[in-house]
Design a protein. Structure first.
Length: 298
């Protein structure tokens, strides 16, 4: 930290110094990140920061701020430093054991809400395969307030984080979290199956931005040699999980939609279509199962 952040530095001085430090580190969002870090360290709102910029921060606040600023300058994501992420209007706690839920994934939630708008008050059963922090499941249970949900994750620490977020959002009574590989320990039928599986090709992980490769767990990133291993597993398992008129929604990486739809089609899944994110990339693949399959298994 710079000399201007010695004991007695004001809020405005700290904000300016921290912004300059982050800008020098090459962080594009330096001004916003500086403001959020100062507010977090001092327990202030943005309004407080603007209203009284000349007020001293105090030694204890500066002692908290210095290591936080150093971590951000080293390209640790702000959400990791604060252990919080806003997702679909919910404030979720994240840990090193879970993928940091990003705005792109809200495309999946939006797709489910749009397609099932007429069932907002129905007692839907929702399955989230690879639940991680529980972000998707929390968002869907918030939108469908008569629904119940099951989240699955291979990581026990991730499952614990998902349970904590469900409880913090007041949703614990409508959901359960299971530790297993994909659908190995769950039984249908479900009305909705969702997943944001690992889809980065193993050889591409080293080339990801350090905010991702250095802080998201490898288990949540590594999709195998071509990035499609998880979709092959899901393609085999989704069909038996879906009930009458059940639908699935899978997040996919940029450029993967056609390959994923081919895998799903080979497994007898139909009604395949995509939803694009705000950048115009096909981000979600959706579909269902043929009615004939339901008749054969009835």
């Amino acid at each position: 930290m710079t000399a201007s952040l010695q004991p007695g530095a004001t809020r405005g001085e700290a904000l300016n110094a921290l912004g300059a430090m982050l800008a020098e580190a090459g962080i594009d969002s330096f001004a916003a990140d500086a403001r959020l870090l100062v507010c977090a360290a001092a327990g202030l709102s943005s309004v407080d920061l603007i209203r009284e910029p000349e007020r001293a921060l105090g030694e204890s606040t500066l002692a908290r701020l210095a290591p936080m600023a150093g971590r951000r300058a080293a390209r640790e994501p702000l959400s990791r430093i604060l252990a919080k992420r806003e997702f679909w209007g919910l404030s979720l706690t994240i840990s090193p054991d879970v993928l940091d839920p990003r705005p792109d994934t809200e495309t999946l939630v939006e797709a489910v809400v749009r397609e099932l708008a007429c069932k907002r008050q129905a007692p839907l059963r929702i399955l989230d395969l690879g639940a991680g922090s529980g972000a998707i499941l929390c968002a869907l249970l918030k939108e469908f307030d008569k629904a119940t949900g099951v989240g699955v994750d291979l990581s026990a620490p991730a499952a614990a984080q998902a349970r904590a977020n469900l409880a913090a959002c007041g949703l614990a009574e409508r959901a359960s979290i299971v530790v297993c590989s994909w659908a190995g320990a769950v039984r249908g039928p479900f009305d909705v199956v969702v997943s944001n599986p690992p889809y980065i090709a193993s050889g591409d992980i080293a080339g990801l931005e350090c905010e991702v490769r250095g802080h998201d767990p490898a288990l949540a990133l590594d999709g195998g040699p071509d990035g499609l291993d998880a979709y092959r597993a899901l393609g085999r398992q989704i069909g038996p999980l879906l009930g009458d008129d059940g639908r699935f929604f899978l997040e996919v990486g940029a450029g993967q939609a056609e390959d994923v739809m081919a895998i799903l089609g080979q497994n007898g899944l139909v009604g395949l279509a995509t939803y694009a994110d705000l950048a115009g990339f096909a981000r979600v693949v959706r579909g269902g199962i043929p009615m004939e399959s339901l008749k054969r298994t009835a």
